[in-house]
Ligand binder design. Structure first.
Ligand code: ADP
Ligand code: MG
Length: 236
């Protein structure tokens, strides 16, 4: 197993609204290592997105602790969280987070340039990544014109462009048919060769042959944490 990247210790997140306090996640204790490909499942409202956004540094948490590489985050200020989101995590949301008015190629190049890569290096790496996600042929197309499956693969391409050690995808297959879902999961599985990949899904079946671990949530709590056998990965 790889290095421990994330550790949650009795972490809770509550939402306060006019109606009172709603439990998002409740006393979650979990440890995640590089090389894991983790499926997190649970019915709607069980806390999957809350957990994903807390681990992604997008949502704050109220109690407990989130450690990144052994370092507590509860005292992080705004700048620390900004750096965490920029350098440590790639987050893929169901609404893709792509630049709709830009071409496929420009979407990936801009993600690479944000990491500080020079123009020439970004051009080379963008081609590699776009071939990997099978969008190289569509590199000149505007992102808005892509199908749902292609948009989600472009979102993955942008995430892969970032050398962050953690990739979190919140229901990336929620809008996709079986064939496109399978492609997305295979790409995430490849990404897990050298990082921690966390996949939120309510379709465990589509991921079960690829993931190395299955965590289930119910009512904000962990009800299952099963290490699965690591499947053989075809060499690419
Ligand atoms: P899931 O992704 O599994 O559907 P969520 O993490 O979105 O679950 O939601 C967990 C719980 O937190 C639910 O009860 C939901 O209604 C509540 N919740 C989520 N987001 C908010 C919010 N912004 N304000 C208030 N309650 C929220
Ligand atoms: Mg959700």
């Amino acid at each position: 197993m790889g290095e421990t990247l994330l550790e949650l210790r009795e972490l809770s997140k509550y939402y306060t609204s006019g109606q009172g306090v709603v439990k998002g996640v409740d006393q979650i204790t979990l440890l995640f290592q590089a090389g894991e490909f983790v499926a997190i499942t649970g019915e709607s409202g069980s806390g999957k997105s809350t957990l994903a956004h807390v681990m992604g540094g997008i949502l704050s948490y109220e109690s407990g602790e989130l450690y990144y590489r052994g370092r507590p985050t509860s005292h992080f200020d705004g700048g620390d969280w900004e750096r965490y989101r920029r350098d440590c995590v790639s987050f893929i949301s169901q609404d893709y987070g792509i630049l709709p008015g830009s071409t496929v190629l420009a979407n990936v190049v801009s993600a690479l340039r944000l990491t500080g890569m020079d123009r020439a290096g970004a051009a080379v790496r963008a081609e590699e990544i776009l071939r990997q996600v099978e969008l190289w042929e569509l590199r000149g197309r505007r992102a808005a014109k892509l199908s749902s499956g292609q948009k989600q693969r472009l979102a993955i391409a942008r995430a892969l462009a970032k050398p962050a050690p953690i990739l979190i995808a919140d229901e990336p297959t929620g809008n996709l048919d079986g064939e496109n879902s399978a492609k997305v999961i295979q790409l995430l599985s490849q990404a897990a060769q050298d990082r921690l990949v966390i996949l939120i899904t309510h379709e465990f079946d589509e991921a079960k042959d690829f993931v190395t671990r299955h965590i289930a949530l119910h009512d904000g709590r962990v009800t299952l944490d099963a290490k699965l056998q690591k499947p053989n990965q075809p060499q690419s």
